[in-house]
Design a protein around this ligand. Structure first.
Ligand code: CAO
Length: 264
């Protein structure tokens, strides 16, 4: 009982062997104002701008068994401590899906002469939501349509290292045409992603989780399932267009060998 009372009072707990934080640091005694600066200010600005975009949400589940097996096999053959995460495959699969629905890689432009326009963009510059010590940053892997999975992996590692060191340049952070966010590194199942105003689609994935599913013979089997959620700018994209692109992306993740057929 004393332990519980001491814990509630902000003291140490002999029962758990842990020292609770002093009450003064966990519960501020006076209100304070912290200016929103740097990375947090950029997030404040870009997310405020996105409130004028009519979002629609499309979600689907993806069975990751084959991609997990492929990744395991690839990683077992890599040397020098190199290891691929799921992201390089997801990023390449997204680029291949964009080829079937280029409008998901476009943006809305208010042209002084032509008025409201859709600008198509040939480069697949994929923005990656990244958690860093400074906060959320969204660096860009450029020209994914011309890169192998291994080149994408190297770019991602480079950006992660720069992000961790707070050394991403404005060039690293500019020019994105579509965004992918993997919150599954933290956990969680669903996330409703918010668009940036220079893009018309953003996708997010949750954690891969072991789930019972029906196989083709109606037997219940274990599968590794990942939920994905996509937001689209409903002024530019209709639901079917984004859904078809996401279903193509799902196909590449569930049947990763089919990506081979698209490689140049
Ligand atoms: N489900 C389960 N495990 C996952 C996973 C998922 N969806 N994604 C990654 N993992 C695992 C990886 O396999 C790795 O574990 P192992 O080495 O044991 O296999 C581990 O999580 C760490 O992965 P990573 O961080 O090294 O690499 P990544 O390429 O998967 O992710 C990045 C890179 C940048 C997406 C990630 O580090 C990150 O910052 N995620 C947060 C994104 C974010 O903030 N989103 C919110 C935006 S809105 O505020």
């Amino acid at each position: 009982k004393e332990d519980v009372l001491a814990f509630l009072a902000g003291g140490s707990s002999a029962a758990t062997g842990t020292a609770a934080a002093p009450a003064s640091t966990s519960i501020p005694e006076v209100a304070s104002l912290t200016p929103i600066k740097g990375v947090a200010k950029q997030m404040f600005g870009s997310m405020s701008a996105s409130t004028s975009i009519p979002h629609f949400l499309f979600t689907e589940e993806i069975v990751m068994n084959k991609l997990m097996a492929l990744r395991k096999r690839v990683n077992s053959s890599l040397t020098g401590g190199q290891k691929l995460s799921y992201m390089p495959f997801m990023i390449k699969a997204l680029s291949l899906s964009i080829k079937t629905a280029p409008i998901v890689n476009s943006r809305y432009v208010e042209d002084p002469v032509k008025g409201p326009c859709i600008e198509t963009r040939p480069a697949h510059n994929i923005s990656i939501a990244m958690d860093t010590p400074q906060g959320l940053v969204v660096p860009v892997i450029k020209n994914v349509e011309r890169k192998s999975v291994m080149e994408i992996a190297n770019d991602l590692v480079r950006l992660q290292e720069l992000g961790a060191a707070g050394k991403l340049t404005s060039d690293d952070l500019q020019g994105g045409t579509i965004t992918l966010s993997n919150i599954g590194t933290v956990g969680g199942t669903y996330v409703a992603p918010v668009l940036v105003s220079s893009q018309v689609a953003i996708g997010a994935v949750g954690a891969i989780k072991k789930r019972p599913v029906f196989d083709e013979n109606d037997n219940i089997v274990a599968a590794h399932v990942m939920m994905t959620s996509w937001s689209g700018d409903h002024r530019i994209l209709d639901g079917v267009t984004l859904a078809k692109a996401v279903m193509r992306w799902k196909h590449y993740l569930e049947q990763p060998e089919d990506m081979l057929l698209e490689l140049v």
